[in-house]
Ligand binder design. Sequence first.
Ligand SMILES: Nc1ncnc2c1ncn2[C@@H]1O[C@H](COP(=O)(O)OP(=O)(O)OP(=O)(O)O)[C@@H](O)[C@H]1O
Ligand SMILES: O=C(O)C1=C[C@@H](O)[C@@H](O)[C@H](O)C1
Ligand SMILES: [Mg+2]
Length: 170
Amino acid sequence: MSPVAVVVGPPGAGKTTIGTALAEALGVAFRDTDADIVETMGKSISDIFTDGGEAAFRAAEEKAVAVALREHDGVLSLGGGAVLSEQSRKLLAEHTVVFLNVGMAEGVRRTGLSTARPLLAGVNPRAKFKELLDARLPFYREIASVEVDTDTKSPDEIVSQLATVLNRGE
Ligand SMILES: Nc1ncnc2c1ncn2[C@@H]1O[C@H](COP(=O)(O)OP(=O)(O)OP(=O)(O)O)[C@@H](O)[C@H]1O
Ligand SMILES: O=C(O)C1=C[C@@H](O)[C@@H](O)[C@H](O)C1
Ligand SMILES: [Mg+2]
């Protein structure tokens, strides 16, 4: 069993929004490892970071990614930092990976000051977002089968483009 597509990208790229709509367009199930982690740990992402730090979240995420890649055959969206794990990148090399890219200004605008994104909740979300992008871009690109720049496209346009690329009709 293998996902039709795995969606990766920075916070606010639209992994959950596009992933959900893409699954619907393709008539397959949607799964999001952030939601899996919340369910398994029984607490919010923000609380996981507060209680165990980023390391606790990344350990849970590595497991959640491996399980979901094995179990899920629909569209799978990963958390923004899932590509930081070398183990996960190795697994992802075997899959169809959609990299949704977003620039700093638009990414910060879309994520706002949401406390659901603890890594961006500090005093300077723009600087933090740029730091995340710089560190992760090479990883997203290393595993991507297709890259879509989402800055100036609506979710509908992106879904329609991806449905065509994935060769499953719209
Ligand atoms: N192409 C787009 N154009 C405009 N707004 C968008 C687009 N894609 C997503 N959004 C909006 O941006 C916000 C963040 O989207 P979403 O939660 O899907 O991102 P994400 O990549 O899953 O983020 P995270 O990494 O935090 O899980 C939402 O309010 C969503 O409606
Ligand atoms: O970019 C990140 O590191 C994160 C993104 C979210 O999807 C969550 O996985 C979590 O808030 C961490
Ligand atoms: Mg999401």
